[in-house]
Design a protein around this ligand. Sequence first.
Ligand SMILES: NC(=O)c1ccc[n+]([C@@H]2O[C@H](COP(=O)([O-])OP(=O)(O)OC[C@H]3O[C@@H](n4cnc5c(N)ncnc54)[C@H](OP(=O)(O)O)[C@@H]3O)[C@@H](O)[C@H]2O)c1
Length: 312
Amino acid sequence: MTEPGTVLITGPTRNLGRHAVLAMADRPHGQRPDLLLVGRAGPDLTSVADEARTRGVRVREIGCDLSRLADVRSAAATVRDLLAAGAVRPLRALVANAGVISTDTRRPSPDGYEMTFAVNYLAHAQLIGDLLGSFTVPARVVLLGSNTYHANFWRKLLGVAEANWADPVELARPATGAQAPGMAAAGVAYSNAKLAILYYAHELQRHAGTGINVSVFEPGWMPGTALGRGAPKAVQALSRALSRVPGVSTPQDSGPLLAAMALDAQWAHVRDGAFVVKTKLTEVRPVAHDRDRERRLWEATAELLERAGAPH
Ligand SMILES: NC(=O)c1ccc[n+]([C@@H]2O[C@H](COP(=O)([O-])OP(=O)(O)OC[C@H]3O[C@@H](n4cnc5c(N)ncnc54)[C@H](OP(=O)(O)O)[C@@H]3O)[C@@H](O)[C@H]2O)c1
């Protein structure tokens, strides 16, 4: 078995990410990785880091607001320094877990990009791009996808918006107009960002060195997490109520499954952006495989990151 090395995870402060961190920290001695926790600096980051340390793992907190690409670049530089100094074990996995649904798609990130696209997608493309040469193989990149990229009966019934793809430069552009575009537009932006993650995962596998395996994890619907924290109060209350419906998932259930994606031998050979829904390898819809869109996304991402000051 490969020694677990170091696992970097974004969005470790709450819900899915937090439970994944604690599940990794709870592994038996010898199977516990060192942990790099990349999240907004503050008491939540310190609290999850302390909880993990209490369980006997080596943890580094790396303060980073993922909506700021300059922050992301400096987080990646910190990771490279820690690895070069031997302060943590070799980097074996990166879990791109952080996510957000910005309820006002007019809101720009500090770099001028639509917030949902910026945090879910662009920040992770920057971080992974900056660290691609820093992995020790065999290594894994686990991205967080969502089934909302396509509609089905239940999602239609609940008004969950599916993706509506456009050129990535358009997807990155905040909406305009005096009128707030509303929750439906926020849902489309989220589903577009998650479809971008699928396209990116497929293309990333073509660019990543041998031994770096890329996969996409779908934790199952976990209503009531902070993902919808900007939604109207009534929507949040409905979400909390739905979190008690049998069959939906919870961060407590899905966190350990995400930890398994980063660490378990069962998932070691999963690559090419394969989509794993909780514990099941799942074929994505035909719309999620598109070589032209994947190539264009790669190229547009380089432009968008460069425009924000990133050497790419
Ligand atoms: N909930 C679901 O039903 C569901 C379904 C499918 C996929 N997913 C995906 O699973 C992942 C985790 O979701 P969740 O439900 O656990 O969400 P959550 O409760 O909202 O947690 C999101 C995490 O992302 C972090 N984050 C957000 N914006 C950030 C920023 N600008 N800088 C740094 N960190 C930031 C948050 O940090 P703070 O604590 O600082 O806010 C938090 O740790 C997401 O990628 C989500 O899209 C969720």
